[in-house]
Ligand binder design. Structure first.
Ligand code: ADP
Ligand code: MG
Length: 499
């Protein structure tokens, strides 16, 4: 071999070696990057861990906070608000009633017709529309004029059939935000949640605002009750099944109410009702306990929200926020590794990933996870390999599993407070073995997250059995109430008219 040939061969070997070294280097680098995302995932899993022992601590904390909130005004982050609802619809109601429901994402209008028997409940013309986003930070006048206008259109469509001439239409206003009631038909807004920000409305009487707008439009409608959405769900639950004593909503936000003995509402000494009880709106979205498994993503989400240091529980378990927690995890992974490839700035946009999309990705059963690929593409993350798509599904699972399990702990906390968890309540000093005669207890549940996200629902129901144990669980029935908030509120107005 000549010198030139030797030099050429040597150069070829060096080149081959450096290509190989480059490839090995890249592979190692990519393995390191993969290791980084696996570590981030592991950290997330650990931080979101909810073994049953921890859930029981949350159960106890919920029950303790309920007591504290009932004992004194401001005694707990749980406001435990009076609703002035002491009698729930029992099936004998008659007539035609309306409900207008302002939720977090949707507003709904419907009419119910009642024939005096439980089986005769006719829900008519349910209208559901997204709340136009500009209304969320408009003025009270703009918001209520819009609601009155929507009601007017609804009524115009009725023709003459539904209300006899000259008879006022009785309306329930279902309002899914915290209200301090002075009666069943009046109350002032305490604060906004779920991204609403119309500050001049805080402290105003909500029913009065709506009635004013209806009057201005010349509508012959009477706001007969101002009803929290959870109370509406409880009313529908009770109408169908009088063992219903708790109602929980998992929609854009989350909240619960339950039937409490008036003598347990210590902050209102001398509160008298004919039934001896009153529905208490817990406003449980604001529940907080050091036992809640909080991650850095929760802390950042809270800090950047319009209501920071508020609604901590809601931000871990409800539809408005789950998508954003998942987005934050993906964003961090994409910043600390290149497994998501070159990502666009879209991924940094708060609330861009909706919880609806999280459930679609989580429940994607296509062989190549095409739905995950499609949704990631919309987030500015295109062409990720299957193993990264699987990683995203896992993130959805971790976040939703935590939410479902914490939701179950919240429900078990209420059951504990009212002595329906098999332990005899927190004040009785009974041991867990000494199970009280267990009463059948129905928990009415509604809201888009619960109704539509199967994995959330399954995790919640599974954890409830885990916490309560098989035996006690047999007595606890969780019942879905589709549109319960709105229908139930109309039933509540009906029961007021006939009592
Ligand atoms: P509102 O909160 O306005 O009363 P809903 O109770 O219908 O309305 O809840 C709507 C919310 O529920 C949505 O904003 C979303 O967060 C959640 N949601 C609805 N459908 C789904 C779904 N398929 N998967 C996951 N979350 C969902
Ligand atoms: Mg709702």
């Amino acid at each position: 071999m000549g010198k030139v040939a030797v030099a050429f061969a040597a150069a070829a070997v060096v080149a081959a070696c450096s290509v190989a070294a480059l490839m090995v280097g890249r592979r190692m680098k990519s393995r390191r990057k993969w290791r980084t995302v696996v570590e981030i995932l592991k950290e997330l899993e650990d931080a979101c861990d909810t073994p049953v022992g921890r859930l029981r601590q949350v159960v106890d904390a919920m029950a303790v906070e309920m007591h504290a909130g009932l004992a004194s005004e401001g005694g707990s982050k749980l406001k435990m608000l009076l609703t002035f609802v002491d009698d729930l619809p029992n099936g004998t109601e008659k007539g035609t009633y309306y409900a207008l429901h302002l939720g977090g994402t949707y507003f709904r209008i419907l009419r119910v017709h009642l024939g005096g028997q439980r089986s005769y409940l006719d829900v008519q013309d349910v209208e559901r529309h997204p709340i136009p986003s500009h209304l969320m930070n408009s003025t009270s006048e703009v918001l209520f004029n819009f609601l009155a206008f929507s009601l007017e259109r609804f009524i115009e469509k009725e023709g003459n059939g539904s209300s006899s001439q000259g008879v006022k239409r009785e309306l329930a206003f279902t309002f899914s935000f915290p209200v301090k009631h002075t009666s069943i038909s009046s109350g002032v807004l305490i604060k906004w949640t779920k991204g609403f920000e119309i500050s001049e409305m805080v402290g105003k009487d909500i029913a009065e605002c709506l009635q004013g707008a209806l009057n201005r439009r010349g509508l012959d409608m009477h706001v007969a009750a101002l009803v929290n959405d959870t109370v509406g769900a409880l009313s529908l639950g009770y109408y169908h099944d009088p063992d219903t004593v708790v109602a929980v909503v998992f929609g854009t936000g989350s909240n619960a109410c339950y039937l409490e003995r008036t003598d347990a509402i210590i902050k209102c000494q001398g509160l008298l009702t004919t039934s001896g009880s009153m529905v208490v709106n817990m406003e449980w979205g604001n529940f907080w306990s050091s036992h809640l498994p909080r991650t850095s993503y929760d802390i950042d989400l809270d800090a950047e929200s319009s209501n920071s240091n508020d609604m901590g529980f809601e931000k871990m378990i409800s539809g408005m926020y789950l998508g954003d927690i998942v987005r934050r995890v993906i964003l961090r992974m994409s910043q600390e590794s290149d497994v998501f490839g070159p990502t666009s700035s879209v991924l940094s946009e708060p609330y861009l990933l909706r919880t609806n999309s999280v459930s679609v990705m989580h429940e994607d059963d296509t062989p190549e996870l095409q739905e995950v690929a499609r949704i990631l593409k919309d987030l500015g993350v295109a062409d990720v390999p299957l193993k990264v798509r699987k990683l995203v599904v896992k993130i959805c699972d971790v976040v939703t599993r935590r939410a479902g399990r914490l939701a179950a702990a919240g429900i078990a906390g209420i059951l504990k407070k009212i002595g329906r968890d098999g332990s005899g309540g927190i004040t009785s000093g009974r041991s867990r073995n000494e199970i009280q005669m267990q009463k059948r207890t129905v928990v009415a549940v509604e809201g888009g997250l619960y109704m539509n996200y199967t994995m959330f629902r399954e995790y919640m129901e599974e954890a409830l059995v885990e916490i309560l144990g098989e035996e006690v669980s047999q007595y606890v029935v969780v019942k879905a109430m589709e549109d319960g908030s709105s229908i139930g509120s109309a039933l509540l107005v009906a029961s007021l008219q006939s009592s």
